[in-house]
Design a protein around this ligand. Structure first.
Ligand code: SAM
Length: 465
């Protein structure tokens, strides 16, 4: 297969197309053409990785300039092995804690597959598209003759059908990702069960630096809209902040850093296995003000009975109006994630999220103090999980008001019934811009628009309601 089309289930494509087409028709502008450009280009863009690697600097420990220099030295060294020129690390023009690394420049954009074929699983394949090398656990198949030092072609198994360790050529659906150099032999990977780097990508189709485990206390790899969320929430030292759906803790650690590690960040997640990830990320960045709990956010506001029983205020569930700021980075259908070449998600799963998001939202409003700030975000493109959630929230909760965001780097919201023009301007929708020349419709591609699909809405809770 090629990068030309994302493999969502057919009914999901139909569903999205129908919903977006209706919006475009409501806009009353050249309906068919708008639909063709907007929706099809969006689908074409999702399988392609953003052209920028975004790094958040832990500015509690190091100055951004120092990290910029250290990263540049690391990248220059790494690219000595590649057939691509090293990219320059540059500061983001607006976000003071962000460094931007554009993709390396290829002199020869044609990469022809080598004859020895290595098949990796889908998760590993997506990481390769964003610059990672290949670790042995991600390898599904490798030729019997593969030895250390061999040049190999790397393919992603698209539908998870490759048997681990198979010796026959894999004939299932697969996507070519580029060529690399084997660091381990087939025997090392499947017999000695090594867990180290198996293949270094010397000639990837989409180039980005491999920054895994580099400067672990100084940087955090994060998508740009996710970093923006922390700045929009704007937590202050001494605040009490709730991150309601927090794992693996990317935004939690940013919030703690913005608070200069002073105050309290309560990080909840329903998945018990993921709590350790929040704690490990906090520890790696030397942050101490984070308290992580396995807890269902929909039940995080204490009931009258729980209050009467004199529960401990420091642990969930919490009394109403406990927090100065609440982040609800909601569980969502994730259809804005890039790169994505295949999704197993069913339409009924996509449609199941708004009900959960609304329950979490009402819980977040109860836990927010008067005058406090609530930020809602998703990494998906559906209208129901984004603009329609905002319309519902404003009707259901007259005690909150939609607020303008600072900074505003994304686009505005889509025109859905019930959302005023003014409110459309207040929310941010990031719609990935195709970077390929034929598709970008004259828009300049920058690190602010070649992002994952994302949505942010900011609210304040009014006093005396
Ligand atoms: N904010 C995280 C970050 O930046 O690293 C990403 C959060 S992810 C979008 C959503 C998370 O919500 C998942 O980790 C999932 O386990 C969690 N989740 C799902 N349902 C939940 C619930 N009812 N209460 C709390 N967490 C929930």
């Amino acid at each position: 297969m090629s990068f030309s089309d994302i493999q969502f289930k057919h009914d999901i494509k139909e569903y999205l197309s129908e919903r977006f087409t209706r919006i475009m028709c409501d806009l009353d502008v050249d309906c068919d053409e708008r639909r063709g450009i907007w929706f099809n280009k969006l689908l074409e863009t999702l399988p392609i990785p953003p052209a920028y690697t975004i790094v958040r600097v832990n500015d509690l420990l190091s100055h951004r300039d120092e990290v910029q220099q250290l990263l540049q030295e690391h990248i220059n060294k790494q690219y000595e092995q590649k057939r691509v020129k090293p990219p320059a690390v540059v500061p983001h023009p607006l976000l003071r804690d962000v460094l931007v690394i554009p993709s390396g420049h290829r002199d020869d954009p044609e990469v022809k597959p080598e004859s020895l074929e290595v098949i990796v699983d889908l998760a590993c394949g997506m990481a390769v598209l964003r610059g990672a090398d290949i670790f042995a656990p991600g390898v599904m198949a490798a030729p019997v003759v593969m030895n250390r030092g061999d040049t190999v072609a790397v393919y992603s198994d698209v539908k998870g059908l490759c048997r681990r360790g198979m010796t026959a050529k894999f004939e299932g659906e697969r996507l070519f990702l580029g060529n690399g150099k084997a660091v381990l032999s087939r025997h090392d990977i499947f017999v000695a069960s090594s867990s180290g780097t198996a293949v270094v990508m010397t000639d990837p189709l989409f180039d980005s630096p491999s920054l895994n485990s580099i400067l672990p206390s100084k940087i955090f790899l994060q998508n740009l809209p996710s970093i923006l969320v922390g700045h929009i929430l704007n937590p202050q030292p001494g605040d009490k902040v709730l991150d309601m759906c927090a794992a693996p803790g990317g935004k939690t650690t940013h919030i703690a850093t913005l608070m200069k590690d002073q105050g309290t960040v309560v990080a909840l997640d329903r998945a018990s296995k993921k709590i350790a990830r929040i704690e490990a990320n906090g520890a790696a960045l030397h942050l101490k003000c984070i308290n992580a709990y396995c807890f269902d956010g929909t039940k995080a506001c204490a009931t009258g009975t729980e209050m009467a029983e004199g529960k401990d205020d420091c642990r969930p569930p919490f009394p109403r109006m406990t927090f100065d700021r609440v982040l609800l980075d909601a569980p969502c259908s994730g259809l804005g994630q890039r790169p994505r070449i295949y999704s197993k998600m069913s339409l009924s799963e996509v449609k199941s999220y708004p009900a959960l998001q609304r329950k979490l939202f009402s819980s977040a409003v109860s836990l927010l103090r008067e005058g406090g700030t609530l930020v809602y975000s998703t990494c998906t493109i559906t209208i129901e999980e984004n603009e329609s959630l905002v319309v519902w929230a404003l009707q259901k909760h007259p005690e909150i008001r939609l607020e303008k965001q600072e900074p505003h780097l994304g686009g505005t919201g889509l025109p859905v019934p019930g959302l005023s023009k003014e409110d459309q301007q207040k929310v941010q929708r990031f719609t990935p811009t195709p970077r390929l020349a034929s598709g970008n419709q004259g828009r300049t591609v920058t690190c602010d628009n070649d992002t994952i699909g994302f949505f942010v809405a900011k609210f304040v809770k009014l006093n005396n309601r």
